[in-house]
Ligand binder design. Structure first.
Ligand SMILES: *[C@@H]1O[C@H](CO)[C@@H](O)[C@H](O)[C@H]1NC(C)=O
Length: 367
């Protein structure tokens, strides 16, 4: 009898312990989060006011956990959002401080989004590369400095790496090329310098490579031609030199190519004009030669901007056989001759053709 009661009590206690164990998040994770919070100041919205109580998986703003283990899986803090907390404050977020290395103690983290807080500075904690389950790092729109961790390539599951719009410096580490799951690389508008990693083309899953607004130099690496899924290549506003590779026009799904504001030279390869590329900006380089006479029904451009180069000769007549050219800019070159007629041209303004040597015909003066 007494033994039976004892067992009942033990079972009840165990059940209670289990239940509360299920309810609270692991204390170590909670402590890591509180340490992370302590390094940040968010004066206007009070998002961290919700970070209290023992269960960090429940109603802690921006924190979510794995269902079974109750370990923290996502930190999702965006400074620009339409959530009620932002609507009530009638402003976007602002946060200062830094990203504490305590974040690396959240071993099951799969995504870290700390985006658009404008004032978060300091460096990316090096230890972040030891988080084996990380799929997403999104730190866009802060004041983060320092370099991209040299061993970033350890993050084998990483699909998104976005550190755009910060003040990061140094090179893009060669180990980036080991991120075999990477689909989206965005380092726009930082202070990165040095070459585009030669082996970037090993990133077989990559669909967007956004590298604009840095100080990257050297050529466009040949290996990129192997990135079968690449749809969007943006290296504008760097110091990229050498010729525009011919293979760009032969890539399977490439549709947006922004190479504007670099130091590219040589002629425009024929392949670009009858490819799948629909958004092409080559403005402000040192391109020379004629505009290739290679337009056809496959040429479909929402944007074709070749302005501010050293292009010579006539506008090729084949351009009237393009299926569509929404926005054309050939201004500030040395083109000469009669502007072709045809549907792709009917809607264009003189500004598309100004500042050339001797272009004439509609919409400019008659020849
Ligand atoms: C092309 O790039 C130039 C230089 O960066 C920029 O000024 C221009 O607006 C771009 N063209 C289009 C159509 O976006």
């Amino acid at each position: 009898m007494g033994g039976g009661r004892c067992i009942t009590v033990v079972v009840a206690v165990l059940l209670l312990a289990l239940r509360s164990g299920v309810r609270a998040c692991p204390a170590t994770e909670r402590e890591a989060l509180l340490e992370f919070k302590a390094a940040l100041q968010e004066p206007y919205l009070g998002i961290f006011n919700s970070w209290r109580g023992s269960d960090c998986c429940h109603n802690w703003y921006g924190v979510s956990c794995e269902q079974e283990s109750r370990r923290v899986a996502d930190i999702n803090l965006r400074g620009e959002s339409e959530e009620p907390i932002f609507e009530r404050a009638r402003r976007t977020g602002y946060m200062t401080g830094y990203i504490s290395p305590a974040i690396c103690r959240l071993e099951r983290l799969s995504s870290i989004t700390i985006a658009d807080w404008k004032g978060i500075s300091g460096e990316i904690p090096r230890c972040i590369t030891s988080l084996p389950f990380l799929r997403m790092i999104d730190l866009i729109g802060n004041r983060i400095s320092g370099t991209i961790p040299e061993d970033i390539g350890r993050l084998k599951r990483l699909t998104v790496l976005n550190v755009a719009e910060n003040v990061m410096s140094g090179r893009i580490p060669a180990s980036v090329a080991k991120l075999r799951s990477l689909m989206h690389l965005d380092v726009r508008n930082n202070r990165l310098w040095g070459p585009i990693p030669k082996k970037l083309g090993s990133l077989g899953m990559l669909s967007r490579a956004l590298l604009s607004g840095n100080r990257l130099s050297g050529p466009i690496p040949e290996s990129i031609s192997k990135i079968y899924r690449l749809a969007d290549l943006d290296v504008s506003g760097n110091e990229i030199s050498g010729p525009i590779p011919e293979w760009l026009g032969k890539m399977g799904v490439l549709s947006t190519v922004n190479l504007d504001m670099n130091k590219l030279s040589g002629e425009i390869p024929l392949s670009l004009f009858s490819s799948g590329i629909s958004d092409l900006n080559l403005s402000r380089n040192a391109l020379e030669g004629n505009i290739p006479d290679a337009f056809g029904v496959r040429s479909y451009f929402t944007v074709l901007d070749l302005s501010y180069n050293n292009l010579r000769g006539p506008i090729p007549f084949s351009i009237s056989s393009a299926s569509y050219i929404g926005h054309l800019d050939l201004s500030h070159n040395h083109l000469c001759g009669k502007i072709p007629l045809g549907p792709p041209f009917d809607h264009l303004q003189p500004s598309s053709f100004l500042h050339n040597d001797c272009l004439c015909g509609k919409p400019l003066k008659p020849c």
